[in-house]
Design a protein around this ligand. Structure first.
Ligand code: ZN
Length: 450
């Protein structure tokens, strides 16, 4: 797979913030187009909780970023859960009396319930209907269903198809295998110079559905590629794994790492034309919550913020009481609140390059705040230092220099000052850079608490 329009490596986070914000806006247009192309290339693959579809997806992502693909054997315990047998499928169909495929997996992989057991039988129409899922409220779309933890089988189809199913019996065939194998997930750590990590997690288990969640996969992959080219104070770890069980497996294998996570995001539903939505961490005022709130206030004023609920995406696992990680959720139109959600209409028309690029830009800015939220000390704290004598007078107001000097007492971080002054973080970041160059400010070395 070729991803068009390779974008130059990302911006060093050490650069002054205002130029960073402007450049990120320009980059996001090119990145949006590239993310869309990545969604399109991954769209046909039949993914599930486990199996070759997930592996193929991860292998293709390796053409963009150097992912490690981890394989966790069936039967492995992850807290209260167990990795199931692996599911793979070659073909599936329902044949009428003339041998026509009235339902055809090859036309859409959503036609088969994910993880369906194999079957090859001639059954009555009544029995077929017991195994056929339709949605009368959206009669033209195929609903998305899976049966991960129950050994059963079934098909999904547009409700309108029922009008044509008039024969007394049908041949049904699902050419699938459920046997010991492994759960596959992708992982990439971009190491930092200081202890602590930022975690970005996205789910890989949905078949041909675009906004949920090829959008999250594409945005995460292109964030990883961009950040790989930057100086990093803290490591950034990317996880591409099946929803629910994936985070549980990762957490169970990395309990000691969990304590070093300074903040992170679960990315899903990142590509539609709606406004961004953020779901706070369980903590609610963690650095990531404040960073996103700040980014939204200055760069996406129509975005909305919701409180944590243990009903959302994989924050449920990362924010479970035994971990309580500072992880929030980034979405656009939330899952379940757009009509096409979990149907065949969640296709390449729902995801827009502009939405993908905008999500990438906002998350990139929030990661920058997590990386760059430092604490400084004013080295001339008795009265205001003479800025004019240091050539800083003309830019003092623009860069919030008096705010930085007044509150750089070793206790307030740049984000604290940005929140209090309502001056954008990246403006203060540039201001702090200028004050350090002038010898008026130095960094207080201890890390900011997460
Ligand atoms: Zn979903």
């Amino acid at each position: 797979m070729s991803v068009p329009g390779q974008v130059a490596a990302g911006l060093a986070t050490a650069r002054p913030g205002s130029s960073l914000q402007a450049s990120t806006r320009e980059l996001s247009t090119a990145i949006g187009a590239e993310a869309y192309a990545l969604c399109a290339s991954l769209y046909p693959i039949c993914r599930s909780l486990t199996g070759e579809g997930v592996r193929e997806t991860l292998r293709r992502l390796r053409e963009v970023i150097p992912l490690t693909i981890n394989e966790v054997p069936s039967g492995t315990q992850a807290f209260d859960w167990t990795v199931p047998d692996e599911w793979n499928i070659r073909d599936a169909y329902v044949l009428d009396g003339d041998g026509n495929r009235v339902i055809d997996f090859k036309a859409s992989n959503l036609h088969v319930i994910g993880n369906s057991a194999p079957i090859d039988a001639v059954i009555s129409r009544a029995e077929l209907l017991q195994h056929l899922h339709t949605d009368p409220t959206r009669p033209d779309w195929i609903p998305y269903r899976h049966t991960y933890y129950r050994h059963s089988w079934g098909f999904c189809a547009p409700h309108r198809l029922l009008e044509n199913l008039n024969e007394p019996e049908y041949r049904v065939r699902i050419d699938s295998r459920i046997e010991p194998g492994s759960l596959s997930y992708g992982e990439l750590l971009l190491p930092g110079s200081e202890r602590g990590e930022i975690l970005i997690s996205t789910h890989t288990c949905h078949p041909s559905l675009c906004n949920d969640n090829l959008s999250g996969i594409a945005v995460a992959a292109l964030l990883a590629r961009d950040l790989a080219g930057c100086d990093r104070r803290f490591g950034v770890r990317f996880l591409f794994l099946p929803a629910t069980l994936g985070p549980l497996v990762w957490l169970s294998r990395n309990e000691e790492l969990a304590a070093t996570i300074r903040g992170g995001l679960v990315l899903a539903v990142c590509g539609d034309a709606g406004e961004p939505t953020y779901v706070r961490s369980r903590h609610g005022r963690a650095l990531i919550d404040r960073a996103i709130e700040h980014v939204f206030m200055h760069s996406s004023p129509k975005a909305s913020i919701r409180d944590f609920a243990p009903t959302g995406y994989d924050q449920r696992q990362y924010c479970s009481p035994g971990f309580d990680l500072p992880m929030g959720g980034f979405m656009r139109t939330p899952n379940g609140e757009y009509a096409q959600y979990h149907t065949s209409a969640d296709n390449l028309d729902v995801v827009r390059p502009e939405g993908l690029g905008d999500s990438w830009r906002l998350i990139r800015l929030a990661i920058d705040i997590l990386q760059e939220d430092r604490r400084y000390l004013n080295l001339s704290p008795k009265g205001e230092p003479r800025l004019g004598a240091r050539g800083l007078y003309a830019d003092a107001e623009r860069l919030g220099l008096l705010w930085i000097l007044n509150f750089s007492d070793g206790r307030h971080t740049l984000l604290d000052i940005a929140e209090r002054s309502r001056v954008p973080f990246w403006t203060l970041h540039e201001g702090a850079h200028r004050l350090r160059e002038s010898g008026l400010l130095r960094e207080v070395s201890e890390s900011v608490p997460g």
